[in-house]
Design a protein around this ligand. Structure first.
Ligand SMILES: C[S@@+](CC[C@H](N)C(=O)[O-])C[C@H]1O[C@@H](n2cnc3c(N)ncnc32)[C@H](O)[C@@H]1O
Length: 320
C-alpha cells in the first residue's frame, strides 16, 4: 500500500505543487474551486444515501444554539492558522454550516476510500473506524481507562473510540472519554449526537493547551486533525499529549498517508480541490511526523498504512 516516493508531487515545493498553489491564489478560480469541491462532496454522499441537506435542516434548531452558548469557553484564544477559510467555508470551522455538514462530509470521505467496492456509507464509515482501532488493538496500550480525542469535531471519532474500549471494560473499571475541539459549533453537534451521554465531557479548548492535569490519560488520539494544521501546531500538540499522558500511555494518530499510491496519483482536479480547501496541506505532506514524535519525547512510533489512503501512527510515552 506504500511506494518509495515519500509524498505526492502536488504537495511541497515541486513545480506541480507551485503551479497548483498559483491557481488556488487566483480569486475567481478559487471561488470556482470552492463551489466545485462542495458539489463533488454533496453529490457523492447523496448518491449513496447520505441525507446531506436533510441532516443540516434537522440540526438547525434553537436547542443547538443553546448548546453553543453552554459549551463555548470565552477564555479560548483562536490561533491565526485556525481563522482562515477551510473546507470551502470562509469562516473555517467557526460557523454553523461547517458543523452541520461535518457528519455527512465524514460519511462521504469514507465512501471515497474503497471506490471499487459497493459499500453503503454505514459500511464504509465502520470500516474506516475499525481500521484505526485494529492498529490500536495491536500497538496501543493494554489498559485503557481515560481517553482524550483531540480535534473531535462532531464526535464520530470519539463515539467509535469510546464504544470500542467501553465494551472491553469491566463495570468496576469503566472507560471515561473526553472529546475536545477548538470549534464550539462542532461541539454543539457532537453533544447533540451523543444522545445517550456516553462521552464524559465535550471540551472547548486548543489541543495545544487542553487544561487537563499531567498524566491524566492512557490514550490520546488525533483522528484526521494533523493535515489541517501547520507543523508548529502539530509539534505543540505532541508536547501537550506527552504531558497529559500517563507513562506507557500512547498517542495515536490517523490521517492522510503521503506515501499512499492512491493519494500520490489523485487526479489533478481532486488534488487541486483538496489543496484549495485545506490551507496547510503542503506543510502536512512534507512534515516528518515520526521524527517530531520522538523529538516530543515519545518512543519511536509504529506506522501502519491502515487503509488505501490513510496511515495510523501509535507512539508510546516512555515508562519513566
Ligand atoms: C477533520 S476534523 C476531525 C474529525 C474527527 N476527529 C473524525 O475523525 O471524525 C478536524 C477537527 O480538528 C479541529 N481542530 C483543528 N485545530 C485544532 C486545535 N488546534 N485544537 C483543537 N481542535 C482543532 C477542527 O476544529 C476540526 O473539528
Amino acid at each position: 500500500m506504500t511506494t518509495t516516493k515519500l509524498k505526492p508531487d502536488w504537495a511541497g515545493d515541486d513545480l506541480l505543487s507551485r503551479l497548483v498553489n498559483r491557481a488556488i491564489q487566483t480569486p475567481a478560480l478559487y471561488a470556482l474551486m470552492k463551489r466545485q469541491a462542495r458539489q463533488v462532496l454533496i453529490k457523492t454522499a447523496e448518491k449513496k444515501g447520505v441525507a446531506w441537506r436533510q441532516t443540516c435542516i434537522d440540526l438547525d434548531t434553537p436547542e443547538m444554539r443553546q448548546r453553543l452558548d453552554q459549551l463555548t469557553n470565552p477564555a479560548v484564544v483562536y490561533p491565526d492558522y485556525y481563522q482562515v477559510p477551510f473546507h470551502a467555508y470562509s469562516e473555517g470551522n467557526l460557523c454553523w454550516p461547517a458543523a452541520f455538514e461535518a457528519t455527512p462530509a465524514t460519511y462521504a470521505m469514507a465512501l471515497r476510500i474503497w471506490p471499487q467496492e459497493d459499500l453503503t456509507w454505514q459500511e464504509a464509515q465502520a470500516r474506516l473506524r475499525q481500521s484505526f482501532l485494529t492498529v490500536l488493538d495491536q500497538y496501543g496500550p493494554a489498559q485503557v481507562n481515560d481517553i482524550l480525542d483531540l480535534g473531535c469535531s462532531v464526535g464520530l471519532s470519539t463515539l467509535s473510540l469510546h464504544r470500542h474500549y467501553a465494551q472491553k471494560a469491566s463495570p468496576t473499571n469503566p472507560v471515561r472519554t473526553v472529546g475536545l475541539d477548538l470549534s464550539p459549533y462542532v461541539l454543539a453537534v457532537a453533544q447533540h449526537q451523543d444522545a445517550e451521554g456516553e462521552i464524559a465531557e465535550w471540551v472547548h479548548a486548543q489541543a495545544e493547551a487542553t487544561g487537563f492535569p499531567d498524566a491524566s490519560f492512557d490514550l490520546v488520539t488525533m483522528q484526521f486533525v494533523a493535515h489541517e494544521l501547520p507543523r508548529s501546531a502539530t509539534q505543540a500538540i505532541f508536547a501537550e499529549a506527552t504531558r497529559v499522558l500517563r507513562p506507557s500511555g500512547a498517542l495515536a494518530i490517523t490521517d492522510n498517508n503521503p506515501k499512499s499510491p492512491v493519494i500520490q496519483a489523485l487526479p489533478p482536479v481532486l488534488f487541486t480541490l483538496m489543496k484549495s480547501t485545506e490551507p496547510w496541506s503542503d506543510d502536512y505532506y512534507t512534515f516528518d511526523l515520526e521524527t517530531a514524535l520522538v523529538a516530543a519525547g515519545f518512543e519511536p512510533p509504529v506506522t501502519v498504512p491502515s487503509d488505501p489512503r490513510h496511515r495510523t501512527l501509535v507512539a508510546r510515552k516512555p515508562d519513566r
